[in-house]
Design a protein around this ligand. Structure first.
Ligand code: IPE
Ligand code: IPE
Ligand code: MG
Length: 267
């Protein structure tokens, strides 16, 4: 199988029984905590356990890419205490998990507008990425201060700056290498927990042909069995990429040989 990311609008991607790339919006932490009369941040803390479980589950299901939406470009609008708790949790998680991720063959990537992060967090991200860059079991991408619109715009600006003479003539293939997820194929399956049925400015470009799956399960309660239910739903989908159903099920025509043409009636 080709390792080169394919654009679903330029070529028809290979489709397997298990998604090669799973992208998830981890939603419902606050409500999980509220139901238990705990502060919202307790839900975020607990949500980290689901992240660990998903990494493990993806490795054992031979999913190559897991992408998690951890903090959106709009999440800065939350109360300052919650934002700083989330930043602190990110630091703690990196400190505690990088060694384990590396030992398990996971390559870590963090994408988004990282310029907003404090130097200590930025250094940990860079260290973690460098340490794990050669790993091949699973690519875990954390989207932090990420927004789909930010992504398309930053890619477009990079491209225009690199090739000012070609502005007005760019195609998809020119833009693709500048997008934040250039290291991965497009997601096959998108899962959002927590009951909301929206994209919330996640991978707007990359989700063009992804299968969408929404569940009411809150992120801290999501587990391997819930993931298997999502994959089972994915398997039932007919991924047409613009073609008709008949085109997908059509049996390729049998080869016609000139000496097998019927001569009946000519004897
Ligand atoms: C998702 O859970 C985590 C982040 C956005 C960081 P929420 O915090 O959005 O949980 P709910 O939606 O309020 O329950
Ligand atoms: C999306 O969740 C962002 C993350 C999970 C990081 P939100 O909970 O912030 O989304 P909205 O605001 O309800 O759409
Ligand atoms: Mg939410």
């Amino acid at each position: 199988m080709s390792r080169r990311p394919t654009s679903s609008t330029q070529a028809i991607p290979e489709v397997g029984d298990v998604p090669r790339h799973l992208a998830m919006i981890m939603d419902g932490n606050g409500r999980w905590a509220k139901k238990r009369f705990l502060p919202r941040v307790a839900g975020h803390k607990r949500g980290l356990e689901t992240v660990r479980a998903m990494v493990k589950a993806c490795i054992s299901r031979k999913i190559d890419f897991l992408t998690l939406f951890a903090f959106s470009s709009e999440n800065w609008r939350r109360p300052v205490e919650e934002v700083s708790f989330l930043m602190g949790l990110f630091v703690t998680a990196l400190q505690g998990e990088i060694g384990k991720l590396h030992a398990n063959g996971v390559r870590l990537k963090v994408v988004g507008d990282l310029s907003a992060f404090e130097p200590r967090l930025l250094a940990l991200i860079r260290e973690g990425e460098a340490l794990t860059s050669g790993n091949t079991k699973l690519t875990l991408t954390i989207c932090a201060n990420y927004g789909g619109r930010w992504d398309v715009l930053q890619a477009m600006n990079q491209l225009a700056l690199a090739h000012p003479e070609r502005v007005g003539h760019f195609g998809e293939a020119d833009l693709a290498p500048h997008l934040a997820m250039a290291h991965a194929p497009e997601p096959d399956l998108f899962v959002r927990t927590g009951g909301e049925q929206r994209i919330s400015n996640f991978l707007l470009w990359q989700l063009a042909y992804s299968e969408l799956y929404f569940t009411d399960i809150l992120w801290p309660d999501f587990d391997a069995a819930a993931l298997d239910a999502a994959i089972a739903s994915y398997r039932e989908r007919e991924r047409r990429f613009g073609r008709t159903s008949d085109q997908l099920t059509a049996v390729p025509p049998a080869p016609i040989f000139s000496n097998s043409v019927s001569t009946s009636g000519n004897a």
